[in-house]
Design a protein around this ligand. Structure first.
Ligand code: F3S
Length: 401
């Protein structure tokens, strides 16, 4: 790669060992993808996981004197204070959360603890070059906002935030952003929930940049959030096009850059039904409900509050949101409605964190998110997947139909 004098100086340690390591990693990534140069970024989002390897890496950079030139937003860990009030938190888990918090604070990150920064705290504009990690975030910034980000790892996004540059390859270049798979959606897309199921057809769609046709003209931010999260659970998609929504794709022809699609995939109601059946264990009895993967928006919290008002939950229910949404829910009365029913509205927390692994191991729950259900199998939990309203009704009855 051809580096500028300043990038070369960073690589050679002029700005400290941490920045040099970050640049070394980015040069290696760039060379692997035949990038010719670095380009400056203006935003970053780091998908912190609050797990040992991730925090160890960030600590290594901090100990090397690194500080973020572009201050990134970060993913949720878990809300230590909240969980210490309602249950016991193992000392090692508490220490890990404190380490993660202190490390990213030291690196200069903006501690949003939110996996949906593209809806509020970190919104790019058309054509902006950025470094975003996180499953729903990368497709959203590319396909909905028209910004340019590769599908970064948590670590490469952190390196980019420190150096202020990324190697120029992949989705940063015009030619790689064009669609190549035509995805004809014949399924009935009645609500935001169908986008969870559509996203989970990533394996059928296959490798490439999909262009979705046949979708309704109006699609909510929540539906697009769901679509991206599930596409990157069932496959790997940094970019897609929805003509009329994706700024670079007013029409399917423009989305394909004037070329013919390399293949066509049709998604029907049968495909969506099969996904739902995959996440529907034989028994309908549930022991808990966990909603918010990705973290829910205020309008989704409102939907929950409307179902739950003046009712009592039979099983524990956790609703995960970012701290702004929690504050709004408090002001708007939704927090009281959820609490009075016996539920928890928790900010800053990802469902893939120790308070949930320890409490619900071996149990059956209900969630709105195939991503949550899919990954939680690793933690020995079983999830039934349903739309948000059905999940809440299931928590009230202790069973799901
Ligand atoms: Fe967000 Fe954690 Fe799910 S980061 S998308 S709540 S796995």
């Amino acid at each position: 790669m051809k580096l500028t004098a300043n990038e070369q100086a960073m690589l050679e340690g002029k700005y400290g060992a941490g920045a040099a390591l970050a640049m070394e990693i980015q040069v290696a990534i760039g060379e692997s993808f035949d990038a010719e140069r670095m380009v400056e970024i203006t935003r970053a989002h780091v998908a912190t996981s609050n797990q040992e390897a991730d925090t160890w890496f960030a600590e290594k950079l901090l100990l090397g004197g690194a500080y973020c030139k572009i201050r990134p937003t970060v993913n949720p860990g878990f809300n230590l204070k909240y969980f210490q009030q309602i249950s016991e938190v193992a000392e090692e888990d508490a220490k890990m959360m404190e380490r993660t918090h202190n490390t990213y604070k030291g690196l200069g990150a903006v501690l949003t603890y939110d996996c949906t920064p593209y809806l509020g705290s970190n919104i790019p504009h058309l054509g902006e070059i950025i470094a975003f990690s996180e499953s729903s975030a990368t497709p959203y910034v590319n396909a909905v906002w028209g910004a340019r980000s590769n599908r970064e790892a948590s670590q490469s996004a952190l390196c980019a935030a420190i150096t202020g540059v990324v190697p120029e390859f992949g989705l940063l270049l015009d030619e790689n952003r064009k669609g190549d798979i035509l995805v004809r959606v014949e399924a009935d897309m009645k609500s935001d929930f169908e986008y969870q199921l559509l996203g989970f057809t990533g394996k059928k769609i296959g490798i490439g940049v999909p262009v979705f046709v046949g979708l309704p003209a109006k699609i909510s931010p929540e539906a697009l959030m769901n679509l991206g999260a599930q596409l990157n659970t069932s496959g790997a998609f940094g970019m897609y096009h929805i003509p009329g929504i994706t700024p670079e794709a007013p029409t399917p022809e423009v989305a394909f850059g004037g070329k013919k699609p390399v293949r066509e995939v049709v998604i029907t109601n049968k495909d969506l039904k099969e996904i739902l059946e995959y996440f529907s264990p034989a028994s309908g009895t549930i022991e808990f409900a966990l909603l918010g993967c990705p973290l829910l928006t205020i309008s989704q919290v409102r939907d929950i509050a409307l179902v739950i008002e003046n009712k009592k939950l039979k099983v524990p229910m956790f609703v995960l949101v970012n701290s702004l949404t929690k504050e709004l829910a408090k002001r708007m009365g939704y927090l009281d409605a959820i609490r009075e029913a016996g539920g928890h509205l928790v900010e800053d927390t990802c469902m893939d964190q120790p308070p949930f692994w320890h409490s619900f191991k071996g149990k059956v729950g209900v969630t709105e998110s195939p991503k949550c259900a899919f990954y939680m199998n690793r933690r020995e939990m079983t999830y039934i997947v349903r739309d948000i309203e059905t999940c809440v009704e299931a928590a009230i009855k202790g069973e799901v139909k």
